[in-house]
Design a protein around this ligand. Structure first.
Ligand SMILES: Cc1cc2nc3c(=O)[nH]c(=O)nc-3n(C[C@H](O)[C@H](O)[C@H](O)COP(=O)(O)O)c2cc1C
Length: 352
């Protein structure tokens, strides 16, 4: 249906001046006029304006918008360029989204300080350390921790590494056996491990010999397979086709982790120790998170245990079974934007 500028302005809730402005700067073209000389907007123009408003709402600049419309008018030869322009815009928006999330987190923390009465009591002396102590909320930490696949080059201090392990060792363990051994590697030794890892990964004659055998997707039950496929599809949707290549490159580089915490067990360990190990690994990641340090638990780290055992100077027969990488996230890196969905509680949880 054709609309006058007044009707269009009312329908889209946008000032008439804005509609005229879009025409003046050339992102709205060929606006027809009726016999009495007034502009009218047919379905094609209405669609165009809606698209412009949508892109403007998403924060796209007038300059990029002009470019996009220009490309659009030049037909299907420009499909790739248009896609790229939108991808660039997506990056800008993701960055904005991250900044907003960060601000929201900070605001929520401060609101909690007011609600708890902490500000009232300590207005005169609000050091960061005091705030952090009060604010560490276990549920927040569990919800906010996520696997990081590219760390920046800021090292994790030895003090922090010691603190993380000191805290995490309070994880529960079978009859308090505490059989899991922890070896943390950083600096030059880690670089040697990283170098060898890339070489082994690139050698087609070498295969993983992880202590817990590597199980391809087909080995898992149907429900897990569905989740894994969902994760892969989600990664593809969030990051585009190239995500797998990037993930592979980062795996070769051990995610640029600045410290790796290897978890090993003496030979002939009880299988219950593996449960202890899982609990310990999560405790390590949460303790790290509390100190502002990011992490990733990964099979990738322990793909070649025999070679690693030498670097780690493990006792005869002892092999690393699992590991957690630590460091500070590279906030710009696409793969670090990935957020992994969880199943609906109804699908995993039964309250009997
Ligand atoms: C036992 C185990 C092994 C893992 N191995 C890898 C790995 O080799 N490479 C990787 O990129 N992520 C690995 N992950 C991370 C998972 O993909 C990640 O935890 C999952 O997708 C959920 O995402 P989130 O940790 O960001 O919440 C591993 C996680 C676990 C628990």
């Amino acid at each position: 249906m054709n609309l006058t500028i007044t009707q269009l302005s009312n329908r889209l809730n946008v000032p008439m001046d804005t509609i005229r402005y879009y025409e003046r700067i050339g992102i709205l073209t060929n606006v027809p006029r009726s016999a009495n000389g007034n502009r009218y907007y047919d379905d094609r123009l209405q669609d165009r304006i809606e698209m412009i408003l949508c892109l403007r709402n998403a924060g796209i600049s007038i300059k990029s918008l002009k470019r996009y419309i220009e490309l659009f008018q030049n037909g299907s030869d420009t499909l790739e360029q248009r896609e790229q322009l939108l991808k660039d815009q997506r990056q800008t928006l993701l960055k904005k989204q991250r900044d907003i999330n960060e601000s929201l987190r900070e605001i929520n923390k401060t609101i909690r300080l007011y609600q708890s009465g902490f500000i009232r009591e300590n207005e005169a002396d609000l050091s960061d350390r005091k705030k952090r102590k009060l604010l560490m909320n276990t549920i927040d930490a569990i919800l906010q921790r996520k696997s990081i696949r590219k760390f920046n080059d800021r090292p994790v201090s030895d003090d922090d590494l010691k603190r993380i392990i000191d805290v995490a060792k309070h994880a529960p363990s079978w009859i308090n056996a505490q059989s899991v051994r922890v070896t943390v590697v950083r600096g030059a030794r880690l670089e040697e491990i990283r170098k060898q890892h890339a070489e082994l990964n690139n050698d087609e004659n070498v295969h993983t010999s992880s202590v817990i055998s590597y199980d391809g997707m087909d080995k898992w039950d149907e429900r897990s397979q569905k989740n894994m496929m969902g994760w892969v599809a989600n990664a593809q949707k969030q990051l585009g086709e190239s995500w797998m290549k990037t993930a592979g490159q980062q795996s070769n580089r051990l995610f640029d982790a600045q410290a790796i915490v290897y978890l090993s067990l003496p030979v002939n360990y009880s299988e219950w120790s593996l449960i202890d190990m899982g609990l310990l690994a999560q405790s390590i990641m949460l303790a790290a998170f509390d100190l502002g340090i990011d992490s990733i638990p990964a099979f990738e780290f322990i793909k070649y245990p025999a070679q690693l055992a030498k670097h780690l100077e493990l006792p005869e027969g002892e092999l690393p079974i699992f590991a957690v990488g630590l460091g500070y996230r590279d906030a710009e890196f696409e793969l670090n934007q990935l957020s992994a969905d969880r199943m609906k509680s109804e699908d995993t949880f039964r309250l009997l």
